[in-house]
Ligand binder design. Sequence first.
Ligand code: HEM
Ligand code: HEM
Length: 193
Amino acid sequence: MADLIRTTVSAPTPHNASRAVFARYGRTSRYLHWLMAGLVILAYLLIEGRGWFPKGSALKTLFVQGHFWVGLVVLALVLPRLLARLRSPTPLVQPPLKPMVQLASRLTHLALYGFLLIQPLMGLAIVLLERGGVPLGGLTIASPFALNKPLAHSVEAAHVFVGTAFYYVIGVHIAAAFWHHFYLRDTVLKRML
Ligand code: HEM
Ligand code: HEM
């Protein structure tokens, strides 16, 4: 109940009552946001960092397989995150956002949720179709699909393209959070802390 802060801005009416008393996102949504943000950044670091090591080296394998596993944890957390988001109302921003800014932020968040779901799913499809299973240490979790290298290469091209495009989307998302906090001085970032 620590997330509930009674606002003095306006008395809750039957129409806005459930939203007006929330100052921050629900606890689970906040924890999952920061955990998944950290995991996405780690997934990027691991796959970009693989280039530091020679082909066939143990460290390169560790970085590539680490990328798979961190990405799969992101995939496993998407559904709990969406459920937590649906269960607690979105806290209002004070002062309220202009309609165009609100629309832009909703579209960006929708794109980010799509990315959190589709990017690891594409990654999983590449590995299953190209290697016949996901490597886990010395073991392999077998693929239910037949090998299909041409399809794997098409999915890989899409995975790399989306991964590159989202450097910019995530960059804009982070810049917007700081712009709201330090320039507009509204409660956008505080609601997620
Ligand atoms: C949050 C999730 C993920 C993100 C942000 C992500 C991002 C990326 C990016 C940016 C690349 C291209 C790197 C480059 O060529 O410079 C890449 C490559 C790749 N990813 Fe992911 N990925 C994610 C999840 C996954 C998962 C879950 C798997 C597999 C289980 C996977 C498998 C691959 C593979 C096989 C490649 C090609 C690797 C290579 O060329 O050696 N990814 N990923
Ligand atoms: C330093 C990094 C980050 C900061 C400072 C940050 C900040 C924020 C803030 C302040 C919000 C609330 C925005 C609002 O309600 O208007 C938010 C929401 C969100 N963030 Fe981030 N974020 C970061 C990284 C990420 C990353 C890496 C992802 C995923 C790739 C991500 C995905 C999301 C999503 C999907 C929402 C929408 C939440 C919802 O309304 O359900 N964020 N972020």
